[in-house]
Design a protein around this ligand. Structure first.
Ligand SMILES: *[C@@H]1O[C@H](CO)[C@@H](O)[C@H](O)[C@H]1NC(C)=O
Ligand SMILES: *[C@@H]1O[C@H](CO)[C@@H](O)[C@H](O)[C@H]1NC(C)=O
Length: 275
């Protein structure tokens, strides 16, 4: 008996670690927009792919994807898509240029709000953020569920910024009616100061701009420029994630059962809620 106990616990450990390697997390994508969206998925270069890489999601619908344990990559929503034929599919925002509903290894054309994940990274933690570094096309919320360690804060951008987007960054539909997205200053002007490139390629030399601050004030937890790491990357261990497109900014926290969490910045900036 004395000799059996240790080996039994070793076996238990082996079984546990086996399952934690194979066990997959899940992403539940929820469309709370009043319009249809077409989520796109881009897996990182050294990661198991996630399938499908693109699909349609009608208003009010959700779809749960099974995610490999150490997956990294990004998820976004394409809007105003048209399928002219099975090989001629394109979207006004977030288009991945594949010509099909599946993105098949292509990323989003900016501007697009991005949810970025590195699951099971350093110290076994998941790292996640919602990024406006490549611009913005719709509100998005990422909520971890069932995490065992880490802050596990919700993050995202809950407000609709298309209407209030600074003139120089606005993207309108063809013909100029209706604002559909808001570009990053980097994409709009190509200036190294906004892109954090060349002489500005370090956290010390690349500072927030009036444009990145527009995003940061409206969406305090979202990434607003390339070196906005400190207040924009969140961690959680062994969680599943809910990714909501167009969450309701007023009720979502209560509805989702999100209590006050340890994050420094608020999820919504109350002084900007009503714009
Ligand atoms: C897709 O169809 C539209 C509408 O018929 C057309 O204008 C466009 O050129 C087509 N694109 C491609 C890549 O075939
Ligand atoms: C909220 O918005 C106001 C007005 O734009 C801004 O001055 C303030 O810094 C913002 N708060 C946060 C936490 O970003």
């Amino acid at each position: 008996m004395d000799r059996l106990l240790p080996s039994a616990s070793v076996l238990t450990l082996l079984i546990l670690s086996f399952f934690s390697e194979v066990n997959s997390a899940s992403f539940k994508l929820v469309n709370k927009c009043r319009y249809e969206v077409w989520p796109g998925v881009l897996s990182g270069a050294n990661t198991a792919p996630l399938s499908p890489t693109g699909f349609a999601l009608k208003p009010g619908k959700s779809r749960t994807l099974s995610v490999p344990k150490a997956w990294s990559g990004r998820i976004w929503a394409r809007t105003l898509c048209t399928e002219y034929s099975p090989t001629n599919f394109s979207c006004v925002t977030g288009d991945c240029g594949s010509g099909k509903i599946e993105c098949a290894g292509s990323g989003a054309k900016p501007p697009a709000t991005l949810a970025e994940f590195t699951l099971n990274g350093a110290d076994g933690l998941d790292f996640y953020d919602v990024s406006l570094v490549d611009g913005y096309n719709l509100p998005m919320l990422v909520v971890p569920r069932g995490g065992t360690r880490g802050g596990c804060s919700a993050t995202g951008c809950l407000v609709d910024l298309n209407g209030k987007c600074p003139r120089a960054l606005r993207v309108a539909r063809e013909g100029g009616v209706g604002r559909v997205a808001c570009r990053s200053a980097c994409e709009a002007f190509g200036d190294p100061q906004f892109c954090c490139s060349e002489a500005y390629a370090t956290p010390d030399t690349c500072q927030p701009s009036v444009f990145s601050l527009f995003f940061k004030h409206a969406c305090p937890r979202a990434y607003s420029y390339a070196y906005d790491d400190k207040t924009s990357t969140y961690t959680c261990a062994s969680a599943d994630y809910i990714i909501i497109f167009c969450p309701l900014p007023y009720t979502s926290l209560k509805v989702l059962g999100i209590r006050k969490d340890g994050a420094v910045l608020p999820l919504v900036n109350k002084t900007m809620m009503y714009f």
